[in-house]
Design a protein. Structure first.
Length: 205
């Protein structure tokens, strides 16, 4: 009987200790996928400041990821630039060619910002004009935590849809964000003084 009570006491102690350990560190909104779930696609963005790898969360933002991969596979991003660089906010690109010509786009997509993903540092989100459902090809990378862009905090009630995160090559992001900028026009108020080129965007095999 004493042996049985001892075994139960040890089991109870293990149950109490385990949850406490799991709560010790708060997880981000882009935790690892559960076992058995299909692996997320990764896009390699090769830029003039180095390469970076972006993991895409198709389970959280299926239409947005499908749209982004469509542009990648069409080579839309090859030869485009990061045209908006703000060291305390975001780096944005994918819409302008090197000669500052605005590239043609496909139809806009619906905003999937209700997916629970947050605009944390190094996450990737869709850029858009005022209409919440007007995103096409342009994207931005958060270079700091920008939680004010999330659906539950942004003024229009929609915010900006996060669909991926830079998981490798963060130093390239950090290099881009420090590039000096100039005001070229109303649309290009934070244009890098030196061209930051996206040489290519490819799905990692």
């Amino acid at each position: 009987m004493k042996q049985l009570l001892w075994a139960l006491a040890v089991s109870a102690a293990w149950v109490l200790v385990c949850p406490a350990g799991l709560r010790a560190g708060e997880k981000s909104s882009v935790d690892e996928k559960k076992p058995g779930v299909e692996k997320n696609p990764v896009v390699v963005l090769d830029t003039s400041k180095g390469a970076m790898e972006i993991e895409l969360y198709a389970d959280k933002a299926p239409e947005t990821v499908k749209n982004f991969l469509g542009y990648v596979n069409d080579k839309h991003y090859d030869g485009t630039i990061f045209h908006r660089v703000m060291s305390d906010f975001v780096i944005q690109g994918g819409g302008f060619s090197e000669d500052l010509t605005l590239k043609k786009t496909k139809d806009p997509i619906k905003n999937e910002s209700a997916n629970g993903l947050k605009n944390e540092k190094y996450t990737v989100a869709m850029a858009r004009p005022g209409d919440p459902h007007s995103a096409t090809c342009q994207f931005f990378i958060n270079v700091v935590d920008n939680l004010g862009l999330d659906k539950d905090k942004y003024e229009d009630g929609w915010g900006y849809c996060v669909f991926g995160k830079v998981v490798k090559g963060m130093e390239a992001v950090d290099a881009i964000k420090t590039v000096p900028t100039v005001a070229k026009s109303k649309m290009l108020r934070n244009l890098p003084a030196e061209t930051v080129l996206i040489k290519s965007a490819k799905v990692k095999e």
